[in-house]
Write a protein that binds this ligand. Structure first.
Ligand code: ZN
Length: 504
């Protein structure tokens, strides 16, 4: 028995003007064949696949196809889409015949002229192997799930958590599901419901005891624990995607029980719809948040700058908050981050201990960004290379050469490349203690909470200009289908389930 495993991972933000290209995937690190199985056995969904497959009594041969990852950024070019598609299909062709396929996908990767990249790739994989080979794909909770994805795969298995701390478990759930199809002859039957809403991330934390997101997670997990159910998931979508068919989605896959799948998916979709306003965040102005942080006498204040969240595909060179921080005198450290490869180069030439002066920001986010003067002592020049924990945990990250500049108590980490700019490991790699600071800016709307929620004295979410704004519905989207909440009020919406019944 042979089971193929592969990964395609990138989250697209169509407001980021920087296109995602083949080079972004190559520089993040493509892995193929047996190297994939060796290197990814403990990390993310691939690790979940591999560990689970190794535990099958049938001892299947694991055919590693290819891992294609890139950090969240702008729309992929059409050429990049074609290349990703061909790489994945070609790697599968050489591995055939296989008895099952496990694909770790994101679900919100969009390319020029190809808004549903994963849907097209799933359709191509299905076309290659035909209807008899089971395909199970995992998706991020921020996927824009489409009928094309649901019809091509036997089942779509979604993360259950925000912050995303269940990548490995999602891989295991998918592999266990595949076992039920391949060995137990389960007949997947998926009810798919598109829900016309796009939800802000701030209150989507599933890891708090109460709230809509935690309630829905518990509901999905209770559904999934039923013996007739193969998987149950909800995707609340990456909001910064100006593409057709944008919206939340519910998928429930049962073993050959269409009426039950429909009933359960309808129940989840109805609860999401009726509670959608509970996702609306409380946002402070930049001025207000920083004034409050300045007035805080002890402990750590985390300021969430979601609009420039690199985890949401924003460019990471916003200095709107830095501009405000510079207006104050701080008695304890303030930590923030900026992506600026040009400054890293200049700093490398000057060397530690020297003073760098120049303009910072606004070169990558040319739409919302500003450029401001800054002068700082070069405290450190280092490699921003580490392994993440918490949100998107156990991910090997290389953000290239980086520098630490200090202007009085304001410490600015300048990186050459984008990456997890909320990550405690990034601050630690610069020689800073993120938990001992007075203020830390997390360029992240929700994921940062896995690291900081239990250790912060206060957390403030700010309304700042940027490519991933929390109040995205105030922005001009040209391609989304309307009506869509919260852009539009919609009365009397009723779930319209679609049914995909494989291997009947
Ligand atoms: Zn996500």
């Amino acid at each position: 028995m042979r089971i193929a495993v592969a990964q395609l991972w990138q989250e697209t933000n169509t407001f980021n003007p920087i296109a995602t290209t083949r080079q972004d995937f190559e520089s993040f690190g493509i892995v193929r064949g047996n190297n994939l199985v060796d290197q990814q056995a403990d990390a993310n969904e691939l690790g979940g696949f591999i560990q689970s497959l190794r535990g099958w009594p049938e001892k299947p041969k694991i055919a590693g196809l290819i891992r294609l990852p890139a950090w969240p950024s702008g729309l992929a070019t059409a050429e990049t889409f074609r290349w990703l598609h061909d790489e994945l299909v070609a790697s599968l062709k050489t591995a055939l015949p296989v008895d099952g396929i496990l694909l770790a996908l994101h679900g919100a990767l969009a390319a020029d002229q190809h808004p549903d990249v994963e849907g097209e790739i799933l359709a191509a994989v299905r076309a290659l192997v035909g209807p008899r080979v089971p395909i199970v794909a995992t998706l991020d909770l921020h996927a824009n799930v489409t009928p094309q994805m649901a019809s091509a795969a036997d089942a779509l298995v979604l993360y259950h958590t925000i912050p995303h701390i269940d990548l490995f478990q999602t891989g295991q759930r998918a592999a266990n599901l595949l076992h039920r199809i391949v060995i137990d002859r389960a007949k997947p039957c998926t009810s798919f419901i598109k829900v016309p809403c796009v939800l802000p991330a701030e209150r989507a934390n599933t890891e708090v005891p109460t709230g809509v997101s935690a309630d829905l997670k518990r509901k999905l997990q209770a559904i999934e624990s039923r013996s007739e159910v193969l998987t149950a998931g909800l995707a609340t979508v990456q909001p910064w995607l100006d593409i057709p068919n944008l919206g939340s989605a519910v998928v429930v896959t049962t073993d050959n029980q269409p009426a039950l799948a429909t009933q359960l998916a309808t129940d989840v979709a109805s609860e999401l719809w009726s509670r959608r306003t509970e996702y609306l965040p409380e946002l402070l102005s930049i001025e207000d948040a920083i004034a409050r942080a300045h007035a805080n006498p002890s402990g750590l204040v985390v300021v969430s700058d979601a609009a420039d969240a690199t985890t949401s595909g924003a460019p990471g060179d916003s200095v709107w908050l830095l501009q405000e921080f510079l207006k104050y005198d701080w008695s304890r450290p303030v930590l923030l981050t900026v992506v600026a490869p040009d400054i890293v180069q200049e700093v490398e030439q000057l060397g530690p201990g020297q003073t760098w002066s120049g303009l910072i920001g606004g070169l990558r986010d040319t739409r919302f960004g500003i450029r401001i003067p800054l002068s700082g002592i070069i405290e450190n020049i280092f490699d921003a290379r580490f392994t993440t924990s918490g949100h998107l945990g156990n991910l090997a990250i290389d953000m290239g050469r980086a520098a630490l500049l200090r202007s009085r108590q304001i410490h600015i980490i300048i990186t050459s490349k984008t990456g997890p700019h909320f990550s405690p490991q990034l601050f630690q790699s610069a020689g800073l203690d993120p938990f001992a600071a007075a203020v830390l800016v997390a360029k992240s709307p929700a994921g940062f909470r896995a690291a900081y929620a239990s250790r912060a004295a206060a957390i403030y979410s700010v309304r700042a200009p940027g490519c991933a704004p929390s109040d995205f519905w105030r922005f001009d989207y040209k391609n989304i289908d309307r009506p869509l909440w919260p852009w539009d009020e919609i009365s009397n919406w009723k779930p319209a389930p679609m049914l995909f019944h494989m291997r009947r």
